[in-house]
Design a protein around this ligand. Structure first.
Ligand code: LLP
Length: 436
């Protein structure tokens, strides 16, 4: 987080709040969001992409009512991909016209909810969905703005991190098979749907611009074909070029993601050049960052419970440091072999480093928070550890595995902490039981 600092006493403060006070007041594990960090990343995005661009925050990274209000107040748009995300946003007072609905299998009730609320646009992903949405819009007597999700056919072996836009996966309409043109033609036929843009999302945690360049070129090439087939006037109404999310962040000290301003400037230049090459007006760029806004400014605070030294082949030891959460509040190490950085934050230590593995309290050996790290040899029960950059896809992918209760989430700002999601309780678990 931008507002993290370590005092002379070794205690880490987040926006001026000592971590042990946070732990004492709210318990552990605890997600602590640096509100200024989150909000300033929103503003950085808007500034970097410039006037006229649309920055959508991808809710899936982390959403709750309070975060929806930050996004609203900072002037961003919001992407949702389920009725649940939509309900949280609407309940928080997020303006419907700034919401886009995503997903490859939206249900009729979800489409109805979105159309009724008057969401800004729907990103359509299959012919069946186009039929459904048309019927829903017709029943409601509305015309719905849509973007067609395009499979741009970026080969997975070009760059292994851009692997969600290759042909053989569930999202989008393929350009090369002709499906994309068919979907576009189908939307043009409808009196209740209006095609306003093309969308692609090539992947996540991306550090290079190449994939976005290919995606821009292919989508604008498709739009050129649309202009040739249906006339320039129709093609000009397809004014939004949505390049999806995916901008990567640093999880480890040596990670080196591209600086936002340069990245955005390059993207804008590429879009302008490719539009010119295709003989089309420069489109409105839309981007959908989730991780790059929510990720860096949050830490997870854990309390250390037990320590165990395990003898490895060759006689060396590895110290297992168990914390009070794990794969239920951060599945990413188990699911993607994701790596994180953690620190002892409740005090300083002069003790020498030992080889350590930080693990959770779940009943599987894959319940690892940090596979390989060095920790001061005197780390022990009661110490607080902070894991950095846990703001994206940790709480939002959390579970109740082993019937652990979900952690609380607090926002810190200017020396104050505010609870924004309370900790789940065993009563919450029991409340789902149907009485016999
Ligand atoms: N737009 C669309 C259509 C997406 O599918 C996604 C992410 C985003 C935007 C936001 O991408 P971001 O800027 O956050 O990279 N659970 C995985 C990430 C899956 C992302 C899925 N879609 C993880 O924990 O790394």
């Amino acid at each position: 987080p931008r507002n993290a600092s370590r005092g002379a006493d070794g205690v880490v403060r987040l926006a001026g709040m000592p971590v042990h006070e946070l732990a004492a007041e709210f318990g552990t594990p605890l997600f602590v969001i640096d509100e200024d960090d989150f909000r300033s990343r929103c503003r950085d995005m808007v500034r970097a992409f410039g006037d006229g661009a649309r920055v959508h925050y991808a809710s899936k990274a982390f959403l709750c009512g309070e975060v929806a209000r930050w996004i609203r107040d900072e002037g961003l748009h919001l992407d949702v991909c389920s009725g649940g995300e939509l309900a949280v946003a609407l309940r928080a007072g997020f303006p419907a016209e700034r919401i886009a609905l995503h997903g490859n299998n939206k249900s009729v009730p979800e489409l109805e909810m979105a159309v009724e609320a008057g969401v800004g646009d729907v990103v359509v992903d299959s012919l069946i969905e186009i039929e459904r949405l048309e019927a829903v819009a017709k029943r409601a007597g509305k015309v719905v703005d849509v973007l067609v999700r395009i499979t741009v056919g970026v080969e997975a072996h070009t760059h292994e991190y851009i692997s969600t836009a290759h042909e053989d996966q569930k999202f989008g309409f393929s350009i090369s098979s002709g499906d994309a043109m068919q979907a576009i033609a189908r939307v043009f036929e409808s009196d209740n749907l209006r095609l306003v843009g093309l969308h692609s999302h090539i992947g996540s945690q991306i550090f290079e611009i190449d994939g976005f360049e290919i995606s821009t070129r292919r989508m604008l090439g498709l739009l050129r074909e649309v202009a040739d087939k249906f006339g320039m006037e129709r093609a000009e109404q397809v004014r939004v070029l949505d390049l999806g999310g995916g901008l990567g962040i640093s999880y480890l000290p040596h990670d080196d993601p591209p600086a936002l301003d340069g990245f955005a400037a390059n993207l804008r230049r590429i879009v302008a050049e490719e539009a010119e090459r295709a003989g089309l007006p420069v489109p409105t760029i839309a981007v959908e960052p989730g991780r790059a806004i929510a990720g860096p400014g949050t830490v997870t605070l854990y309390e250390v419970g037990t320590i165990k030294d395990v003898v490895l082949d060759g006689g060396n030891r590895r110290r297992y440091v168990s914390v009070d959460g794990g794969m239920s509040d951060n599945i990413r190490p188990a699911l993607y072999q994701a790596e994180y950085d953690c620190r002892l934050v409740s005090r300083s230590s002069e003790a020498g480093p030992v080889v350590a593995r930080v693990v959770g309290k779940h009943c599987e050996s894959g319940d690892i928070v940090i596979r390989d790290t060095w920790l001061p040899a005197d780390v022990g029960p009661g110490d607080l550890m902070a894991v950095a950059a846990t703001g994206a896809y940790c709480y939002s992918m959390s579970s109740r595995y082993n019937m652990l209760t979900r952690p609380a989430v607090v926002a810190v700002r200017d020396g104050e902490a505010r609870l924004i999601l309370r900790r789940e309780t065993v009563e919450d678990l029991l409340s789902l039981e149907v009485k016999a």
